[in-house]
Write a protein that binds this ligand. Structure first.
Ligand code: PLP
Length: 409
């Protein structure tokens, strides 16, 4: 008899260290197992009337109910999407603009999936107000008060930032938007599973999630749309997603998404405590080992898994590659902006100079990381930073000038 292969035994080791959980997480075994039958035995199209189809339809219905229950909303308020980017585009392009309501407000540290459509709207002549952030990476409520008006159709501010992990004052801002009869959308892609999220308490009209950020599959997410909110169809086609998003339903991914969300919400407290312990240990150790670095973003209002660190006088991209060769995965800015030579728009909005932003690395911890991994990583980072500084004209200029940059913590 053939031995059944364990398909998803994630084994963290000292050789392969993954500190990039804000970019993506592995699918947990239980989730993978739950998805498998829907690729093969139970492959039916939920729109078919026969029993294959009805079995698939029942599974999707039950997943939608599960997601709605976990989020404390109605099943009719949940739309499955291909992920966070699609959900954000739907909101940005789907909120109807009228003669009376034709302005949009977005924070300047939004994910590109909000900023790019916002820029498209601006190119079409729509007035888009970009809210500034403080040095701590938090959008000020007053900045929203200054620009919001009865002409505002939509305000979009993310719940937690993907690069520096800062948590935004969504409840206060959603209240202000409501006073002006404007819809409020929050991108909760990084927040779900990391911090408690209560949609009703936040008072938002729309909220998005993405499966691969909480140990679920890639290519699936959800958009909560409060009953009564007017949103245009995303994809005209069949009757899927109550005619709002046509196209054959991706049954296995939806099953995996709902189960991963259930696990993420049920284990949120325990997981957050675990990753926070790792993150805090890393921050303590890295500051003890390496000089001339800074910790980006508010100390308190931040996601437990995130440590964004600027290493002065070096290129973050070079450090990233050196670490990768040593088996350590992390990220410069967000995964979506890698490959771009522009400095992080988030760090620049927070007041960093472009050369400082270029030296920034995001370490994001997960439930399988260990202190031993951190000890090894800190050793490698210390050596790599020292080597890269040897080749850095900025570093030599700094040493020659004999100016001591205060160790910002
Ligand atoms: N919003 C935020 C804050 C993100 O971090 C990401 C992914 O990194 C997205 C949206 C996009 O989600 P997806 O990868 O599901 O398209």
């Amino acid at each position: 008899m053939s031995q059944k292969k364990k398909v998803c035994d994630y084994k963290p080791s000292l050789e392969n260290i993954y500190f990039d959980h804000s970019a993506s997480t592995h699918v947990c075994k239980e989730v993978l197992d739950a998805m498998m039958p829907y690729f093969y035995e139970d492959f039916g199209n939920p729109n078919s009337v026969h029993s294959y189809g009805q079995k698939a339809a029942a599974a999707v219905d039950s997943s939608r109910r599960k997601v709605a229950d976990l989020l404390g909303v109605r099943p009719s308020e949940i739309y499955f999407t291909s992920g966070g980017t699609e959900a954000a585009n739907w909101v940005m392009k789907g909120v109807p603009l009228t003669r009376e309501k034709n302005e949009v407000v977005v924070s300047s540290i939004e994910h590109p999936s909000v900023l790019s459509p916002a820029k498209q709207l601006a190119q079409k002549g729509i007035k888009v107000n970009f809210l500034p952030v403080g040095k701590n990476g938090i959008v000020s409520v007053d900045s929203l008060k200054k620009v919001v008006s009865n002409k505002t159709a939509l305000v979009s501010v993310m719940l937690a930032n993907n690069e520096v992990g800062t948590i935004q004052p969504i409840k206060e801002m959603a209240k202000i938007a409501k006073q002006h009869n404007a819809y409020f959308y929050t991108d909760a892609v990084q927040a779900i599973g990391s911090i408690p999220v209560d949609i009703k308490d936040l008072g938002v009209d729309m909220l998005s999630l993405s499966g691969h950020k909480f140990y679920g599959p890639k290519g699936v997410g959800a958009l909560y749309v409060r009953g009564g909110v007017r949103l245009e169809k995303l994809i005209a086609g069949g009757h899927q997603e109550r005619t709002m998003r046509g196209g054959t339903t991706n049954v296995p991914l939806i099953i995996g998404f709902a189960l991963a969300l259930e696990r993420a919400i049920k284990n949120q407290k325990e997981n957050a405590a675990r990753v926070k312990e790792m993150r805090d240990y890393f921050v303590k150790e890295i500051f003890a080992a390496v000089d001339h670095i800074s910790y980006n973003g508010d100390r308190e209002n931040r996601l437990p898994q995130n440590a964004s660190v600027t290493f002065y006088f070096i290129e973050g991209e070079s450090l990233l590659l050196t670490l990768d060769m040593a088996g350590i995965a992390c990220s410069s800015g967000s995964a979506c902006s890698s490959g771009s030579l522009e400095p992080s728009h988030v760090l620049v909005a927070m007041g960093q100079k472009p050369e400082e932003a270029h030296g920034s690395i995001r370490f994001s911890f997960g439930i399988h990381n260990s202190k031993e991994q951190i000890d090894r990583a800190v050793c490698v980072i210390k050596e790599s930073v020292a080597k890269l500084r040897e080749y850095s004209p900025l570093w030599h200029e700094f040493v020659r000038a004999g100016i001591d940059r205060p160790k910002r913590k």
